[in-house]
Design a protein around this ligand. Structure first.
Ligand code: UT7
Length: 335
């Protein structure tokens, strides 16, 4: 069999209907629209319904990606779901529930936990599985119901996060020009306390105390995370571009993790990116963690801005701490 290249065939996303605006948050905590927009660029975020789970959103995004890829769901031979807000802590995996919702009952399916870097981590797995010849069609999903772990009385976190899902189909191709060029994924656990949900887990099992002390909510050292994010992302992106001998100015689509407009701007400026290269959704979705990058790719696609062969540069940073970057062409099947 000819050598397999991992082609990014399609993108899909799901965005919940309900909007949480800065004006809504002004009524909940001591904050203001002016502060939130100035410090983060966020104007509103989407919030899932009480009875809408991470796997519901992931399955909806996946259906769009599968339909756009033009394959049957039962041709998929691996499903990877990146999430830190799974349906259940910690089993069954959200990927198994998504498989069931897609009507696929005999497929390898598992979750990965890499916080906001999860989708690009999943992309690195898809690349490896496809290029090794082990899998032919890999469905990767980033899905988060962050509202399920946000403390809506903590103004330092509740203004940032939103819910949503994105999915992509990565398939084997014989055309080297269609293959994912490179993925870099890394972590440094010495910063684990920068972003953490302390319970439930083996350190703080489920208990009345854990709930009373608010340990089931996400905690973040925002300012420290911000500074490290700018430095790490800038270095990481410079390194993947240099390794692949590509100039930042030659990238048509820079699609960064949508955590904070100031981080995106600082990294973009350090790389010398023009405004028209940078994809922005942070103003309307906030930070949707693992879903942020595929939701942004989907926005670009649905606006008619993403075409066959165009190069995407992804970069992301999140809890762990983890970070990742990727260079890849958009490669829908050519019939
Ligand atoms: O996706 C995973 C990675 N996550 C990130 O990358 C998030 C990175 N961090 C950030 O985006 C920013 O650090 C925040 C948006 C979270 C905070 O912005 P900041 O410019 O770093 O503010 P700060 O934490 O240094 O706080 C500045 C001031 C403080 O008041 P004092 O001490 O100066 O009086 C805060 O108490 O702003 C205050 N503050 C707020 N004021 C109004 C913090 N949150 C709010 C708020 N509304 N929501």
């Amino acid at each position: 069999m000819a050598q397999a290249f991992a082609a990014f065939r399609s993108i899909g996303a799901y965005v919940p209907e309900k909007r949480l605006s800065n004006a809504d948050l002004e009524k909940m905590v001591d904050t203001s629209d002016e502060w939130i927009v100035k410090r983060t660029g966020i104007k509103e975020r989407r919030i899932a319904e009480r009875d809408e789970s991470t796997s519901d959103m992931g399955a909806k995004a996946a259906r769009v990606a599968i339909e756009r890829a033009g394959i049957n769901a039962d041709e998929i031979d691996l499903i990877v779901c990146a999430t830190v807000t799974p349906d259940f802590f910690n089993m069954p995996a959200t990927a198994c529930l998504i498989a069931e919702k897609l009507g696929i009952n005999n497929v390898q399916a598992f979750d990965i936990s890499a916080a906001c870097s999860g989708f690009v981590y999943a992309l690195s797995l898809a690349k490896a599985f496809v290029e090794s010849g082990m899998k032919r069609h890999v469905l990767i999903i980033g899905a988060e119901k962050f509202s399920s772990i946000v403390d809506y009385s903590d103004r330092t976190t509740c203004i940032l996060f939103g819910d949503g899902a994105g999915a992509a189909l990565i398939s084997a191709s014989e055309n080297p020009d269609e293959g994912i060029v490179d993925v870099h994924a890394s972590a440094d656990g010495s910063y684990a306390d920068f972003l953490v949900t302390p319970a439930p887990g083996s350190v703080n099992p489920c208990s009345h105390e854990a709930i009373e002390q608010g340990l089931c909510y996400v905690k973040m050292k925002g300012n420290e995370t911000f500074k490290l994010a700018v430095k790490t992302l800038t270095n990481d992106v410079k390194s993947i571009l240099a390794k692949n001998k590509i100039e930042a100015s030659d990238i048509p689509h820079f699609i960064p993790h949508q955590a904070n407009y100031r981080i995106i701007k600082a990294v973009g400026d350090a790389l010398g990116m023009r405004e028209d290269q940078v994809v922005l959704t942070v103003h309307k979705y906030g930070n949707t963690s693992a879903a942020s990058i595929p939701m942004a790719i989907n926005d670009l696609y649905e606006c008619g801005g993403l075409h066959y062969g165009e190069l995407m540069l992804l970069d992301t940073f999140g809890g762990g701490l983890t970070w990742a970057s990727a260079l890849l062409p958009f490669a829908p099947a050519q019939n």
